[in-house]
Design a protein around this ligand. Structure first.
Ligand SMILES: Cc1cc2nc3c(=O)[nH]c(=O)nc-3n(C[C@H](O)[C@H](O)[C@H](O)COP(=O)(O)OP(=O)(O)OC[C@H]3O[C@@H](n4cnc5c(N)ncnc54)[C@H](O)[C@@H]3O)c2cc1C
Length: 460
């Protein structure tokens, strides 16, 4: 068989795992002229109805461009848009230290239910002639699959078949998870300027990130839920041994997760409380919550099956990120787009050297920076001084705030920041001002403005 686009023989690919990264890659390869078989341990209905979303999956401009390059909708017209991030930082004695509202400069964020995105892309894949096989692939069955394909991508998430790819010990800096996580998606709150109006004029257009030194971090952001549509997501991080960690561990349903979050805001983050009290559980989705922990791990881009067939890792199978800087879904989609663009024009075999070269190029272009920014937001001791300088300066100058939150969109500028001098260069490049002078102007916030939100929507 001959492909019209290139004149070469049609090549075949298998993708294992129908999460949002796997489905995106399968659809992209199909559109690039491959015959594609997508393997999933769940059928299409179960992928949408029987599991929680893998994560909040907030993503920004660079990732949206990767999706657009694949001819895919990035949901910017359907999802409520994030135009910035409001940050509040309190110290160990709950002293209210740092407040700023970083504007997203030239791009917007959207957080889309991974189940919705995977489901819609899977429907497109089937419509366009892709083959979908419901089968829990094992290392043994993978051997036979890879033997029959020109290219086999493994996108089975953090667990799944990830053990087939060696851990990159130089890039994997943590022996375990750095936080416990709790997330719940809710409704009952709009997205206009009257919501979270105490933080900034953007109101509900900004997501809010509160950092409590000894406990952890709490984030609220606009979200597109598969059933409820425009909604809100909470995501919390608890430090080991904290009171929050005990509270998060007690969650066992969407209702209990929601109760725990409301109580958390009563006890610790009262500046945002009225909005949080206005939210309601999404009754039609028992899987609208999730708890757990992620150890940040980077794996090899290639592996081999028992019979020696080469396979490529993709998405969370390649690298698992703590979600504190929102890098996982973004990285997976960018990795998929780059891999497909390279595969579409590649003339030779998809051997280990080719797969490793693509992966090295992805790590250089995105992955390494995404990991470093995740460590910054985790408050990694090695980056603590740099973090203190960046967060304090952000409280003084809106351009410094935009540059700091802009690292969630494009982490690359942070790769070269590794000392007080390079931190100062980063700040000066963003603000046009002397970094030391800006830092000298920092004063603690004193008291964060409190919400005076009145809950008209929820009371309606
Ligand atoms: C709480 C939380 C919040 C997050 N927030 C963000 C954020 O704001 N921004 C961001 O960019 N990222 C975020 N992430 C990360 C993001 O959600 C993930 O990186 C992304 O969804 C992973 O997609 P994936 O397709 O690679 O893996 P998955 O979604 O895990 O999909 C893997 C699929 O493979 C299937 N599978 C597994 N084993 C097999 C098998 N043997 N055979 C066949 N199928 C199999 C699974 O059932 C699943 O359907 C967050 C993560 C968490 C946990």
């Amino acid at each position: 068989m001959t492909s019209h686009a290139t004149g070469r023989s049609t090549r075949s690919a298998a993708v294992i795992g129908a999460g949002q990264t796997g489905v995106t890659a399968a659809l992209g390869l199909l559109d690039a002229g491959f015959t594609v078989t997508l393997y999933s341990d769940r059928d299409q209905r179960a992928l949408r109805q029987d599991v929680p979303a893998t994560g909040t999956a907030l993503q920004f401009g660079e990732t949206q461009q990767a999706e657009a390059a694949l001819g895919l909708d990035s949901y910017t017209a359907r999802a409520p848009r994030h135009t910035g991030l409001s940050v509040r930082i309190a110290g160990p004695e709950r002293e209210e230290l740092i407040a700023f509202d970083g504007h997203f400069d030239g791009y917007a964020g959207v957080a889309v239910d991974t189940r919705l995105k995977a489901d819609e892309r899977l429907s497109l894949f089937l419509e366009r002639g892709g083959q979908f096989v419901v089968d829990a692939v094992t290392p043994e069955s993978l051997d036979a699959i890879a033997a029959a394909q020109d290219l086999t991508l493994v996108a089975t998430g953090r667990g799944g078949l990830s053990d087939l790819f060696a851990v990159d010990t130089a890039r994997t800096v943590y022996a375990g998870p750095q936080r416990s996580l709790l997330t719940v998606t809710v409704t009952g709150l709009g997205h206009d300027e009257s919501v979270f109006a105490h933080r900034s004029r953007a109101g509900g257009g900004h997501s809010g990130f509160s950092i409590l030194a000894d406990q952890g971090e709490g984030w609220w952001g606009p979200y597109l839920h598969k059933d409820a549509g425009p909604s809100w997501a909470f995501l919390g991080w608890a430090r080991p041994g904290s009171d929050w960690e005990k509270r998060f561990a007690a969650a066992d349903s969407a209702v209990s997760a929601h109760d725990i979050v409301q109580q958390l805001y009563r006890d610790y983050i009262e500046w945002d409380l009225p909005e949080v009290l206005a939210t309601r559980v999404i009754a039609e989705d028992p899987h609208s919550w999730l708890k757990g922990a992620v150890r940040p791990v980077v794996r090899s881009g290639s592996g081999k099956t028992a019979g020696g067939h080469v396979i490529a890792s993709l998405g969370d199978t390649s690298a698992a990120y703590d979600p504190i800087a929102g890098q996982g879904a973004q990285s997976g989609l960018i990795q998929a787009q780059r891999l497909i663009a390279a595969a579409a024009v590649h003339e030779g075999p998809f051997d280990q050297a080719w797969i490793d070269a693509q992966y090295a190029s992805f790590l250089a272009a995105r992955g390494d920076a995404a990991n470093k920014v995740t460590r910054l937001f985790l408050g990694d001791p090695e980056l603590a001084d740099i973090g203190n300088q960046l967060f304090a300066t952000a409280a003084v100058d809106p351009k410094a705030a935009s540059a700091l939150v802009g690292l969630l969109h494009r982490p690359q500028p942070f790769l070269g920041v590794d000392s007080p001098a390079t931190t100062a260069e980063f700040v000066t490049a963003a603000t046009g001002q002397d970094a030391a002078e800006l830092l000298g102007r920092f004063t603690p916030a004193g008291r964060f403005e409190r919400s005076a939100f009145s809950n008209t929507l929820a009371n309606a």
